[in-house]
Design a protein around this ligand. Sequence first.
Ligand code: SF4
Ligand code: SF4
Length: 439
Amino acid sequence: MAENKGLKMFCYQCSQTVGGTGCTVKGVCGKEPTVARLQDNVLLATRGMSAYLYHARELGYSDPEIDAFLERVFYATFTNVNFDAESLVQMAVEAGEMNIRTMRLLKKAHIETYGEPQPTQVRTGTMKGKGIIVTGHGLKALGELLKQTEGTGINIYTHSELLPAHGYPALKKYKHLVGNLGKAWWDQKKLFSQYPVAILGTSNCVLIPSDNYRDRMFTTGPARLPNVTHIDGYDYTSVVEKAKSLPELPDENGDVVLTTGFSKSVVLSLADKIKSLVEAGKIRHFFLVGGCDAPLRKSASYYRQFVEKLPKDTIILTLACGKFRFNDLDLGDIDGIPRLIDLGQCNDSIVAVEIAQALAELFDVSVNELPLTLVLSWMEQKAVAILWSLFALGIKGIYIGPILPAWVNDDILKVLQDKWDLHLIGEPEDDIKRILKGV
Ligand code: SF4
Ligand code: SF4
């Protein structure tokens, strides 16, 4: 793995900054580049946490300990407070622990509000009638929109990370939640231009819209876009009125039917069967392949090929929008256990962690001794938070791609490799061979 060879650091947070523009080699205050990068890293991780926290608070759930930790992080990155690299690595591990606590809070909020997800088949085509596409991660916004559109004849479609919404009992009960359109977040311009319907962006990842759909796009919650109507609160009357003014979509089947909604309870109800299949040699290895998708060439080829080339005695757990690289593949099953199991959004990463811990208990080994490898894709700050959560749990041997995070320099890389045996993805066949041989 090679470190990023760009700027050594970049800090312009105080008036001493070099030439009034930025410290890029070493701080005038004495801040070393590795310290600056570790401060950036912990800020990235806590930004990721704040997204989970936001959605939990939307549903009425909060935790003062998490709030207090955020204060500590922000203060530690303030000018002339913390110049100690080791303590900033420790703080990143604590951020990982706090992020687990935050993800648990959000999962509890989702389940107590909408029920625990159930495996659900989701159409990918359109149904005759007017429509609204909802993108982002906001279950609360989607739930409110579903309530407000019931009986209006408007069909609601999810896009990207809202696919798992179809598995929640209190959302799937709405008959006009009719399907999922598109793939990962970055296909928005093409997709939203293609379907002449109203669009609601509920969170990241939204793209600055093309002019041909800007007037039928709306944002809500944390999302904002230039010259796009923003809705504070949850009254979506203007989205509904816009949808009514637009043409109907035709009845058209999609290329695939997707299955989502594998909750922790659903997977663990299969635990005894999974154990006997492992013991009988019918399941050789579990992979968690997922994370945030990025429109980079390496993502386009690696993750799909990796999943396609996995031997048939392996199970693939997945989550987040990285799954759209391969969730159209028919991977079949192993004695009734589906080979591809969609655990949900990136916001559901805690489900993967808890399943791994439950499997470790089932086989009476540590998580690192399980026949389980994590092959992750990262794009933004929630993925950084999750990576530190996995490190905080002591999970080793993770493969990460499509590129090494740019905040990682040689010093930080050495720590990540020495302590957690982090690998950058290579070629799919080579990585599979290496993982399955245990080298
Ligand atoms: S805090 Fe230090 S590194 Fe940052 S701008 Fe000020 S002098 Fe430069
Ligand atoms: S999984 Fe990550 S990249 Fe994908 S939509 Fe969610 S936050 Fe964005």
